[in-house]
Design a protein around this ligand. Sequence first.
Ligand code: BZD
Length: 783
Amino acid sequence: MKDAIGRHLSYSIGKTPGAATLRDWRMAVSLAIRDRMADAWFASTRRTYEAGAKRVYYLSMEFLVGRLLEDGIVNLRLEERVSEALAELGQDYAEVIADEPDAALGNGGLGRLAACYLESMSTLGCPAYGYGIRYEHGLFRQQIVDGRQVERPETWLQQPHAWEFERPESRYEIGFGGSVRDGTVWTPGESVWAEAFDTPVAGWNGRWVNTLRLWSAKPTEPFDLDRFNRGEYAAAAESEALARTISRVLYPDDTTEQGKELRLKQEYFFSAASIRDILRRFESQFSDLRQLPEKVAIQLNDTHPAIAGPELVRLLCDEKGLDFDEALQIAQGTLNYTNHTLLPEALEHWPEGLFGRLLPRHLAIIDRIDHAHAKANPSRTSSVRDHGQVKMGELSFIMANRVNGVSALHTELMKSTVFAELHRLHPERIVNQTNGVTPRRWLLSCNRRLSTLIEERLGLGWVDDLEQLHDLEPHLDDPAFLDAYAAAKTANKADLADWMNRTQEGLTADPAMMFDVQIKRIHEYKRQHLNILETIALWQAMRDAPNAGWTPRLKLFAGKAAPGYVFAKEIIHLINAVAKVVNADKITNKMLQVAFLPNYNVSLAEKLIPAADLSEQISTAGKEASGTGNMKFALNGALTIGTLDGANVEIRDRVGAENFFLFGMTTDEVDQRRAIPDHAAKAVEADSRLARALAAVRDGRFSPEDPGLFRGIADNISGPDYFLVASDFSDYWRAQREVDGAFANAGDWTRRAALNTARSGWFSSDRAIRGYLDDIWGAETLL
Ligand code: BZD
């Protein structure tokens, strides 16, 4: 290992050890690790060909992979060798790992899920490719300036990326616009190249390695030499810049649908390149396109790649010469669609004018698909085209063999709400696949102390068979185990506290406090404002009775708001304003501290989750499709305070109701409550704590220099309050006081935390991927 690192430092990076920077060392280590994936990578490809196996293609606009070096080292089981080698080279292992920028090619849960699934597909030996976009700029970097979110561009590709292989020979010309002649001959008005970059994805033990193939947009005509020679330098580079715009930046909106032309271009760009690549690979091995559903399964990660359906039909008809009905049947046998949200504002639809201008042939194909579907289902009343819009959810549904939701509750709501009619027509099509998370990243590597303890008791079988964590339960009767479990948590908290106290002005975190953590995108339905309101009420109660024996708490928040989501940004501002006042209060600041940690990303999650005591999963029931952070917390021994929403329901079922703090309305109660006139005002009137906390927000207690600053938030909560913060407040307060009492009994708390770990094995993404393999893809694993 030492030689391999040294060789890469000299011959790949071109530095001597004396001149090498931390980045040079990190690049050298990364290349040495990447080398060791190569043979298994080639072998995986060879085995797949030889077996004539079905391949799985996971199409996703987002892959939120985070750092890759530690992942590679851990999965190849090279930790000791790398840390020894680095020590001998005079380098610090942890520093080298931490030098890597996150690949933030995703917004949140949907993108992170895709990354966990890729890793699990490799662990299981499922022949698979991830297909996405190689964004030059990932999700923006969040700065907090005077308490407010400020977005800065993210620049991970400004330094060389160690993990990818450029494949200039794998490129496709992707057209846009233009016209259609004779009904089928599409002549695009402009085009760009989609060029492939491949990243190997190694599974546990490095036995199987799949490929993440990301497309980068390149101009078909590099630059205009004539204009350049005339001195028109900017104009000469214009078409080049325009082409590259397509893969320039990740859209930062995770819930509101934008309807921007560039977004549709991105979607078509990567879907079309992926479909062509899939057909090319298929045809290099098989001759009969009717075998496609037998040999290929394509998973659409939400509707963002939905245009892959019409594109596949187009290629089969217009280029391969199949008739339409056969092409449609093949496509429907190959495609599947995962839905990640029921929020109406997030369901993708495109104005048909824009759509038809950019993809004229596809619009015609969509109409034919829709007509064919309507003809086969005469009782259908809705259609893909509706009020001048093209609805991508409907399109995905009718083009898919299987449609799935991401938690049991979410799947049932899909059936009864957005897809009610299509479900009636196709009752077999919707299936559930509850989300999962990879235990390699989300326990083994992010929580060394706990995973070492588990290894001492159980060995390492749980790492790729996470239900083995059940075997921890007998150890809960061993006080030494519980002590060690508690010690691991405390040490994780102490590390985090040290780091926060160094970096967060005004904060004094003490590992003896309860670490109460809410980390996720900032959104009204996730109700960070419910949490901060309870924080305010708690602070007020503490001031009233400072000696009432309060359980000391650190309230931690982190998350990004979409740049255009004004209310979410105000919530961030309020949290920071509350933190400033509360942390400085001499009466309470030993009992209550508040922090908003900037720039939440995968790496920060890896620091926070192992140190959490309490996991906040407090969405308005019916709105959080699943959640995956909730699973990571439970696995790492945080207890959940949560509503009956998304996968919380299943987490509670598994860890036991007595180890989960439930509060709030159910989905049915939410609907009923909304129908009550002035529901929020009534809730405020009924709860004096809530009224008082809201008054403090409204009257400028946290913004003395601008007393009206947060009035909008207070008015929303006591007025329209669509997400029912006010109506759930009292029960949330009650549950939080139950948490206080439980935490005060340290021994019992540890037991309940350890039970969360022992009973969370089902939430492995390996289990989820087995579900997809069996129920959706019909594919075999080759390990
Ligand atoms: O997907 C999330 C849901 O909100 C979670 O409940 C669920 O656990 C995860 C994984 O299934 N949805 C997203 O993260 N959505 C996005 O990030 C997104 C991105 C672009 C456009 C629309 C939504």
